[in-house]
Design a protein around this ligand. Structure first.
Ligand SMILES: [Zn+2]
Length: 213
């Protein structure tokens, strides 16, 4: 099963991908993580990506495809994968179809105000990378390693708003494209990631039944 998780930045695609990975054993491929890896390792691609991400802009297609193609060619993608954060626009979707067949696009539908609230309340441990929601959290240090939590550059409100604006302008044609291909599955975001996963799970178990028959 080749799955695309689609939704606004901050809609919780990563949490769903983690759950899908656990239950269906499909690798979670996040272009965001691939970028962060490249940025942390200071690769030439990472240097380019960093400039765009820090401005709240999207990294151009060419380097994105380069790293993605390499990633999808690895043996763990043989039985499928979950793509998180890609494609973001119609041009990328058309290009993606040339390198891989997509079985389903799960669209996590969530309001933009909810996304802003989540971003403002999100902090990350700079040492181990663990992500925290600061809603109802009273300590500012990491449970696992004791480091002081920080706000990610790309969770700052202006950056978030800029990113949402870009997302909205590109998402409509993409949603239509996948709807026309009859592979779009819309899931309303629940109150928690577990709640949302109940719906995601239904879709995937139907799909995997179909693919076995
Ligand atoms: Zn930590």
């Amino acid at each position: 099963m080749n799955i695309v998780l689609f939704g606004a930045p901050g809609s919780g695609k990563g949490s769903q991908a983690t759950r899908i990975n656990k239950k269906y054993n499909l690798p979670h491929i996040s272009t965001g993580d691939l970028f962060r890896e490249n940025i942390n390792n200071n690769t030439p691609l990472g240097v380019i990506a960093k400039e765009f991400i820090n401005r709240g802009e999207l990294v151009p297609d060419e380097p994105v495809f380069e790293i993605l193609k390499n990633r999808l060619a690895l043996p763990d993608c043989k039985n499928g994968y979950v793509l998180d954060g890609f494609p973001r626009n119609l041009a990328q979707a058309i290009e993606l179809e040339k390198i891989s067949k997509i079985d389903a696009v799960i669209f996590i539908d969530v309001s933009m105000s909810e996304i802003e609230i989540r971003a403002i309340n999100r902090k990350i441990c700079p040492t181990c990378g663990k992500i925290y929601s600061m809603v109802e959290r009273y300590t500012q240090v990491c449970d696992d390693c004791g480091s002081d939590l920080i706000q990610r550059e790309d969770d700052k409100i202006d950056v978030v708003r800029n990113r949402i604006k870009t997302y909205l302008s590109q998402s409509e044609p993409l949603i239509k494209y996948y709807r026309d291909r009859k592979i779009l599955k819309t899931v309303l975001s629940g109150n928690s990631a577990d709640e949302t996963f109940v719906e995601v799970d239904k879709i995937l178990s139907n799909l995997s039944k179909k693919s076995r028959n």
